[in-house]
Every structure is written in structure tokens, then in C-alpha cells.
Design a protein around this ligand. Structure first.
Ligand code: ATP
Length: 236
């Protein structure tokens, strides 16, 4: 079976900084893979290679069997992307944006996602006027509106209030159950423990753990395993 996402011996440097240093891991459809790691561990750089926004210096990436930076429009329509800073146009409102994005895809989930993510109360407000959490919800809806087979979500619950976070977790579980492969970067152990079938921990550009959360934590807390694998807060 072709894996939804394959990262093979990936390496990407920026000048003197080695952002990703020979990382190998993968993710499957129908489940959530959470990618954790300290600031600067190489999570966003890896995800940007998988989205086709960056080319690695060496190694390989495949998404749905395709090399992302060589992929055409048909591939891009099957892949949802939520960037860390939202990457949203600022002067349109969420309702217009969702209607516009829906027209670019054959699937149209705009109305369903607006309802599900409780966007209606601010759907006519220009995006630049929205709160950080409201903008996050719009960015997530925009990533899922075309009904992707794989979605890359960079810290989708960062800055969300507890209610919105639970709504997003429910939505992501339902997406996975419907067969979507979700790759979610996060700094939340709770999020990884609650959502992930698989957890990948990066540290200094390398994979230091890859497996089911309970496998990595050995039946204890994921947080403890994370600190022991990444050196712990006092050692950094
Ligand atoms: N365009 C760039 N130019 C120079 N350095 C970069 C660039 N992009 C990333 N880096 C560096 O590469 C390293 C990895 O960054 P990356 O954003 O991938 O980390 P991250 O794991 O996503 O971190 P965070 O948890 O803070 O989002 C960092 O040291 C960062 O400063």
C-alpha cells in the first residue's frame, strides 16, 4: 500500500543552520500523525517540503505517491494546507473566502465547515479584524473545504479557547475516520495523546521517536518521554 506521506532521509539547510538533518518517517491515510519537537526542530521546514513550498537539499518526500514540488494542480487539489501564520488574505471576509475556495474544488464543504467551526458569527467581518483564534478557525476551514485526502495542519489549535479546541479535535477525528490522512504539528502533549495514532518527535532536525503514543511513552506520560528524548528543559 502506498503511504499517504513519506519522508526519506530528508535534509534541508539554511546557510549554516541545519534545519532538517536526515529525517525519515511517514504517515497514513485515515489517521492523525502528530509531529512534535522543540522550537527550531525542523517541523515547519519538513511540512513546507511536503507541501511543495520548499525543495530539500537531499533526500525525498512523497505525498500520495507524488513528489510535492513537482506536482501539478490535480495533486494540489487533493492536499489541504494550513500554514502556521494562517496565510489568509486580509481584506476579504471568511464567508467570501470559503465560497471562493469552494469554487476551486469539486467538493464544497464551505457551509458544513462554517457551521462546524462556528464561523457564522464573524463570517462577514474582514479577516484582518478577526481575533487570532477566529483566524485559526478560518484557516482550518480553508484547508479542509475542498475535501482533501491529505492535510498538513501547522499548529491548528494554537491560540484557541478550550471550547474551540475541543470542536477542532472532534472535527479532526471525524476527518480521519472519513479516511483523510492528517499531519498535525503541535506543542501540546494532550493534543498528541488525544488525537494521534502515530507521533513523530523531531529534535535538531532528526527523528528521535516514531510510533504510537503509548509505544513512545511506554505506558507513562508522553511529556516525560519527550523530555527524556529531547534532553529535557534544564539541559537545553
Ligand atoms: N528561511 C529560513 N532562513 C534561515 N533559517 C531558517 C529558515 N527557515 C527555517 N530556518 C531555521 O531552521 C530551523 C528549523 O526551523 P523550523 O521553522 O523548521 O522549526 P520548527 O520545528 O517548526 O519550530 P517552531 O516549533 O518554533 O515552529 C530554525 O533554526 C530556523 O531558524
Amino acid at each position: 500500500m502506498t503511504r499517504a506521506v513519506v519522508v526519506e532521509d530528508l535534509r534541508r539547510v539554511f546557510g549554516d543552520v541545519i534545519a532538517v538533518d536526515g529525517a525519515t518517517w511517514g504517515a497514513d491515510t485515515g489517521e492523525i500523525t502528530c509531529v512534535l519537537g522543540p522550537n527550531g526542530a525542523g517541523k515547519t521546514t519538513t511540512i513546507e517540503c511536503l507541501e511543495g513550498l520548499l525543495r530539500p537539499d537531499s533526500g525525498n518526500c512523497r505525498v500520495l505517491g507524488v513528489t510535492p514540488w513537482q506536482a501539478g494542480a490535480a495533486h494540489r487539489a487533493r492536499v489541504g494546507v494550513m500554514l502556521q501564520d494562517g496565510g489568509l488574505p486580509q481584506s476579504v471576509n471568511a464567508g467570501r473566502l470559503m465560497a471562493h475556495l469552494a469554487r476551486l474544488h469539486t467538493a464544497d464543504r464551505a457551509a458544513e465547515l462554517i457551521e462546524r467551526l462556528d464561523i457564522t458569527p464573524f463570517a462577514t467581518t474582514p479577516i484582518r479584524r478577526l481575533s487570532g483564534g477566529q483566524r485559526q478557525r478560518v484557516a482550518l476551514a480553508a484547508a479542509l473545504v475542498g475535501g482533501p485526502l491529505v492535510a498538513f495542519l501547522d499548529e491548528p489549535t494554537a491560540g484557541l479557547d478550550p471550547h474551540a479546541r475541543l470542536e477542532v479535535w472532534d472535527l479532526l477525528r471525524d476527518e480521519a475516520e472519513a479516511g483523510v490522512g492528517l499531519v498535525v504539528t503541535t506543542h501540546s502533549f494532550e493534543e498528541a495523546e488525544r488525537l494521534a495514532a502515530r507521533v513523530v518527535i523531531l529534535d535538531r532536525g532528526r527523528v528521535v521517536a516514531d510510533g504510537a503514543p503509548e509505544q513512545i511513552s511506554g505506558g507513562g506520560r508522553l511529556e516525560d518521554a519527550y523530555f527524556s528524548l529531547t534532553g529535557g528543559p534544564r539541559d537545553r
